[in-house]
Design a protein around this ligand. Structure first.
Ligand SMILES: *Cc1c(COP(=O)(O)O)cnc(C)c1O
Length: 361
């Protein structure tokens, strides 16, 4: 029996896609072989990766192939933390980082290894309960880029729109909210996301890269860490994580069948509204993030009486609601409501919250 999976990542996938994988695993696309057995240089795999790229470009609204390059890389978002400053920052022209959580802190740390990172603003003192308001930070012209984390998976905050950085290129880690709703991606110069939250399984990291940004990249890097090597190799310099790309392609096709990113946005807003309304209903619960910064993807909350949280979580597990423990650095509860999480999962969670409050409130 399928349970309600609120894990932060790897995370819930559409049941339809898992069933499709089950049907296709031994013989994929009528090839007489499994996708797991195909060469990454075969025409069958080319069809898979080009279709995934085309769907991603369409859903992101970044179809211009000259202006935007798309790469399917490995090493997770965590390797992008290092690869971005290697390619684009220098000590004289560092990357600027807006620190809204543990992932942006890690990104800055990798730039600091190269003596090429600068913090522009930090929410650390507040416990990362919000993202900055307009005017609280600025993009100095001596920066090679500004880096933001659009959704803070651990603390449950999210940028509601992308900031304006003037002439300074914007780099965005969208690992935990990519394709959760429409967004003006043309404001960015580099976008990256590990697939395992909203796009597919772990093992592949999607990178969108503007060609004019790449023209200014540092030279002399090791091949695997050099974006231009991957671009020159038509996106396939070495062996892809072929199954992860295939499954991501099935998830992208599923998103399109649901009606695309605007349909994702509508469903995500309904799920989040239902849960936030319950959190705010009586004061028994308390949302962890400031209201204006609340995430639609990762919803963090506490019980007013924190001593009750362990009982709430173990009762949740008994009701097949899993993955609701907050990150070890934040405590409390976190419900990850990614695209593939069915509405019924949130209804079941809210019913348990009400039952629990009736018993302990
Ligand atoms: C999960 C996550 C990461 C880390 O991803 P890995 O693929 O494990 O390296 C980075 N940034 C954000 C916003 C995340 O949610």
């Amino acid at each position: 029996m399928r349970i309600h999976n609120f894990n932060a990542g790897p995370a819930v996938l559409p049941l339809e896609v898992l069933q499709e994988a089950q049907r296709e695993i031994a013989e994929t696309a009528g090839s007489g072989m499994s996708i797991l057995e195909w060469s990454h240089r075969s025409k069958e795999y080319d069809a898979v990766r080009f279709a995934a790229e085309a769907d991603l470009r369409e859903l992101m609204g970044l179809q211009d192939k000259d202006a935007w390059k798309v790469l399917f890389l490995q090493g997770g978002a965590s390797l992008q933390f290092a690869q971005i400053p290697m390619n684009f920052a220098t000590t004289q022209k560092p990357g600027g980082y807006v620190i809204t959580g543990a992932w942006s802190e890690k990104a800055l740390k990798e730039a600091e290894v190269l003596k090429a990172g600068r913090s522009l603003w930090s929410a650390k003192a507040s416990g990362f309960v919000r993202v900055p308001r307009a005017g609280e930070w600025s993009a100095a012209p001596d920066l090679s880029y500004v880096h933001i984390t659009t959704n803070n998976t651990i603390y449950g905050t999210q940028w509601s729109s992308l900031p304006d950085c003037g002439a300074v290129p914007l780099v965005a880690d969208m690992s935990s909210d990519i394709l959760s709703g429409p967004r003006d991606h043309s404001k960015c110069s580099l976008i990256y996301a590990g697939a395992q939250k909203n796009l597919g399984p772990s093992g592949v990291t999607v990178v969108f890269l503007r060609s004019d940004f790449l023209e200014h990249a540092n030279k002399g890097l090791n091949a695997m860490l050099d974006y231009s090597v991957h671009v020159k190799a038509d996106g396939i310099y070495n062996t892809h994580p072929t199954f992860a790309v295939w499954l991501m392609g099935r998830v992208l096709a599923w998103i399109k069948r649901q009606g695309g990113v605007s349909a994702m946005q509508a469903a995500n807003a309904r799920k989040a509204a239902l849960l936030y309304a319950e959190i705010d209903r009586t004061g028994f619960w308390r949302g962890s993030a400031e209201a204006a910064s609340r995430s639609l993807m990762n919803i963090t909350f506490r019980a007013r009486d924190q001593a009750l949280e362990a009982a709430f979580l173990s009762g949740a597990n008994e009701r097949k609601l899993i993955g609701l423990e907050g990150h070890r650095s934040a405590g409390g509860m976190r419900a990850s409501l990614y695209n593939a999480l069915p509405h019924a999962a949130v209804e079941t969670l809210v019913a348990w919250m009400r039952e629990f409050e009736a018993r302990h409130g």
